[in-house]
Design a protein around this ligand. Structure first.
Ligand code: BMA
Length: 342
């Protein structure tokens, strides 16, 4: 039984899992699955790469929305199911998004999907074109019909992640205002809504900060996990090098009732590119988390992350060790704790 409690989350006795390897010399409490990558190149006809993708528990197994890079280079959202969260049966058809009348309403492109269950509905959100990079959203209850919602924001924006429950009666959505290219800046913001249509009460959450692994831009990764210490958020950070951006990921803990305030922020990355599948690929040196699974009974957390814009990979951690590490290495600045309004 873990001392930090994972809250409002069903038990997941079959969570994908592998113990930390004996003799692992990493300082980080997060370790990689030894059989990574879990999805390799050319996974289905017509798709060259699956990477930044999100999974959720579904009917005793798992369901996922994938970023599938098609042979014309354009990314779209695909879907798959799995018994163990590791081996995936991927649907070769694109996810059929429709409007509220059931008429097809496909984005021109769609990438980096997240998948979050709030009450009895699953919400997918992704980056798409709306005269530039913007956020698209859809809801489903059966993974057969996916009804588009209004786009939450005007462009440019990326990395939208919904919280798994309302806070103070409002839906909570993290996002990262951007430009339409390879954005050289980026802070995490929180927006709130009574109905998933009208978004307001925008609050600054975190800026890139002075740690070099996350010095250029940061963006939310997985949906925040509710714990007895606050909302546990995995997020990516980009560093600028002579060879381009390097994407690592770290974590922070947000206040439970006022999630725009950061309680703890780990100054160290948890995972930075070092394995062949992270360092070598379509875009080298990228580790980009989009989802977690967690089991409140054991405190186990499995993290899905895209590797080198080419593969899907898994990492594991335990909530106690992770929260202890974040607290022991926490460096929270004034920008992280102000009320987010000025
Ligand atoms: C970001 C996003 C991600 C991608 C990353 C590295 O801007 O587009 O989808 O993984 O760049 O290329």
């Amino acid at each position: 039984m873990s001392k930090v409690k994972i809250l409002n989350c069903p038990s997941l006795p079959n969570i994908p899992w592998q113990d930390r390897p004996a003799g692992d010399t990493h300082d980080s409490p997060v370790w990689r699955y030894s059989e990574n990558p879990i999805i390799n190149r050319n996974p289905i006809p017509g798709v060259a790469r699956i990477f930044n993708s999100a999974a959720a528990p579904w009917e005793g197994g798992y369901i996922a929305v994938f970023r599938g890079e098609r042979l014309n280079g354009i990314p779209m959202v695909y879907m798959g199911t799995s018994k163990d969260g590791i081996h995936w049966d991927i649907d070769p058809e694109k996810v059929p998004f429709t409007d509220e009348n059931g008429e097809p309403l496909m984005p021109r492109y769609a990438y980096d999907p997240r998948l979050v269950k709030v009450e009895d509905t699953y919400y997918a959100m992704w980056c798409q074109d709306n005269y530039g990079a913007a956020i698209g959203m859809a809801k489903t209850r059966d993974f057969k019909t996916f009804t588009r919602l209004e786009n939450p924001f005007i462009p440019f924006n990326r990395n939208a992640v919904l919280f798994p429950r309302k806070v103070n009666g409002l839906y909570q959505l993290l996002s990262r205002p951007s430009d339409s290219g390879h954005t050289p800046f980026g802070d995490i913001w929180l927006s709130q809504s009574p109905d998933l249509t009208f978004w307001g009460k925008h609050r600054h959450v975190m800026s890139p900060g002075g740690k070099w692994w996350e010095s250029v831009k940061i963006g939310s990764g997985a949906a925040p996990i509710e714990t007895s210490e606050g909302w546990l958020l995995f997020y990516h950070g980009a560093s600028s090098t002579c060879s381009g951006f390097v994407y690592s990921f770290g974590a922070a803990i947000l206040d439970i009732d006022e999630p725009s305030r950061v309680k703890y922020r780990c100054e160290n990355f948890l995972i930075t590119p070092e394995e062949w599948y992270e360092e070598r690929g379509f875009v080298p040196s990228v580790c980009f988390p989009c989802a977690t699974l967690q089991d409140p009974d054991t405190g186990r957390i499995a993290i899905y992350y895209g590797a080198a814009d080419t593969y899907l990979a898994l990492a594991f951690t335990e909530v106690d060790a992770l929260v202890d590490y974040i607290k022991a290495h926490s460096d929270v600045t004034e920008n992280d704790t102000e009320i987010g309004r000025r």
